[in-house]
Design a protein around this ligand. Structure first.
Ligand code: PMP
Length: 353
């Protein structure tokens, strides 16, 4: 009989992120990072912050960054919370708002796989209404009594987005629940729910610097919500670490917000690549639902096994993501690369299929 603490350790099933191999000439289209580097201004700011001042603690309030984010989002500083990547912000939200609810938390049955992991960790009861055959979320499934609602918009890994009107409807129908809209991929063509924050005190929106801002390595995420929800996140955070971001992360994220033109161009390049890659994949017999993210979710042609195809691509130095999960095991999630990388992928697929 193993010891109780040992059982506790082994009953957790942590999230397993996509591979981060060190092979330099591998084309990495598996974890939705930006294929482009951050703004040169960001790199300068981080270099400048690399000084003797690193001996000093960073600002625990992250005030300058919160002010910049408030301005960027059309909100006030007390509507903004920052954290070490949006995964951390999400974890804090689960602890602050979804624990000890009499009703289950609702999220779609095909979605970001961290949500069930947090539910297990924080002992949150949950239900997962299925998506329809076109991978769309059915709004009616989110009108039953619940202990909160969370979904990415656009959804991951499908890339499908809900219009702002649908989110407004959902919020109107659920005034007693916290509704968390995870906007990790919002900048690639989806309207943000941020403007609704002033109208709905139960709405929390999370975003990240890891995708459109090309700063996954810096680990910066943020939440936008009513001052009361922000207060809830702050109370949980301060209970275990009152310095959310280090000095380099603060400097880099702030500088990114000062170079919006650079980032608008970057997102536009990704959107253009998405149109090109989706068309090319369809010509090869893939089914590609319309994606609003920096990846496409492509169903392999009949008689082509998605898992095997992912392995064959890997042997040819191309990494894409395959999920061994019911309903989506015949899909590949392919992060958009540079035009050259996308062309290479299509050329290799033509050889392989
Ligand atoms: N939400 C969704 C839907 C994601 O796909 C990701 C990235 N894996 C995240 C949140 C977390 O991103 P990060 O912690 O890098 O901000």
């Amino acid at each position: 009989m193993s010891r109780f603490w040992s059982q506790l350790v082994h009953q957790l099933t942590p999230y397993v992120p996509g591979e981060q191999p060190k092979i330099a000439d591998l084309i990495k289209l598996n974890t939705n990072e930006s294929p482009y580097g951050p703004s040169p201004r960001v790199l300068d700011a981080i270099r400048e912050a690399t000084s003797d001042d690193l001996r000093l603690y960073p600002d625990p309030q992250c005030l300058a960054l919160k002010q910049a984010l408030a301005e960027y989002s059309g909100l006030q500083t007390d509507h903004v919370f920052v954290g070490n990547g949006s995964d951390e912000v999400l974890a804090l939200a689960f602890q602050a708002f979804f624990r000890q609810q009499p009703q289950p938390l609702l999220f779609p049955d095909i979605t970001y796989s961290f949500y069930p992991v947090y539910c297990q960790l924080y002992e949150v009861d949950y239900q997962q209404p299925p998506l329809d055959a076109e991978l769309n979320l059915n709004l009616e499934d989110y009108q039953q009594p619940n202990g909160g609602i969370i979904f990415p918009n656009p959804n991951a890994p499908t890339g499908k987005a809900l219009p702002l009107e649908a989110i407004r409807q959902l919020l109107t129908k659920n005034p007693d629940s916290v509704v968390l809209v995870d906007e990790a991929y919002v900048d690639f063509g989806t309207e943000s729910a941020a403007p609704l924050v002033k109208e709905f005190p139960n709405l929390l929106v999370t975003q990240t610097f890891s995708k459109s801002w090309a700063l996954a390595g810096l680990r910066v995420g943020f939440a936008l919500g009513s001052p009361e929800l922000i207060e809830g996140l702050t109370r949980v955070k301060d209970s275990f670490n009152s310095y959310p971001l280090d000095r380099l992360a603060l400097a880099g994220a702030q500088a990114a917000l000062e170079d919006l033109d650079y980032y608008q161009q970057l997102s536009q390049k990704i959107i253009d690549s998405r149109t090109w890659l989706s068309e090319q994949l369809e010509k090869l017999g893939f089914k590609v639902p319309e994606s609003k993210a920096n990846f496409v979710f492509a169903r392999t042609p009949e008689a082509v096994d998605a898992g095997q195809l992912a392995s064959s691509l890997r042997e040819k130095a191309l990494l894409v993501r395959h999920f061994k999960k019911p309903k989506i095991d015949q899909y590949l999630r392919i992060t958009l690369g540079t035009p050259e990388q996308n062309k290479k992928l299509i050329a290799v697929l033509k050889e392989t299929l």
